[in-house]
Write a protein that binds this ligand. Structure first.
Ligand code: ATP
Length: 144
């Protein structure tokens, strides 16, 4: 009996509570899982993954698009990846001055003595968001 053909593309659906960031046919996706970055190609085994703060990229042919992600969930199926996250911005949507100001605020707070553990964690994640946004903003669509 012939095996079913593997899908050749992935449909990526990337949404936040307030906007649809991407709905595209892509060849490859890399996602920021809480336990580390992982890649998805067409035909991937189904899985559910919790996402942390970091960069997501997707590739269509030679073109990669980078997105700054703030925590969410990804459902991976052989021909489809659905990502729901708290916030997501493509490089061209990022306000660099705002991210730089957020970074400086977080760094100043981290220098305060005797922070409560819950405050430290909140500020650490805010710093990661700002650094991720600055990193993504520094990329334009690039090849390879
Ligand atoms: P800030 O302190 O500047 O508000 P934040 O990390 O606390 O940053 P979030 O709570 O993660 O902000 O995001 C709130 C909303 O603002 C989201 O819709 C997010 O996409 C948007 N946002 C936050 N920072 C930026 C930025 N630098 N450029 C564009 N959009 C941003």
């Amino acid at each position: 009996m012939a095996l079913p053909a593997l899908p050749t593309h992935l449909t990526l659906e990337l949404v936040t509570p307030d906007h649809a960031v991407a709905h595209e046919q892509v060849d490859e996706i890399q996602l920021p899982g809480v336990k580390g970055y992982f890649g998805v190609l067409p035909g991937h085994t189904p899985l559910l993954a919790v996402l942390g703060v970091g960069q997501l990229w997707y590739r269509r042919g030679p073109d990669k698009t980078f997105v700054a992600i703030h925590t969410g969930l990804a459902e991976v199926l052989p021909d489809r990846v659905t990502v729901l996250c708290r916030s997501a911005e493509r490089a061209d949507e990022i306000d660099v001055a705002r991210a730089e100001a957020a970074k400086q605020r977080a760094e100043a707070e981290l220098k305060k003595p005797q922070m409560k553990p819950e405050d430290f964690e909140r500020v650490r994640i805010a710093l990661m968001r700002s650094l991720t946004r600055l990193q993504v903003a520094s990329r334009t669509r690039m090849r390879g």
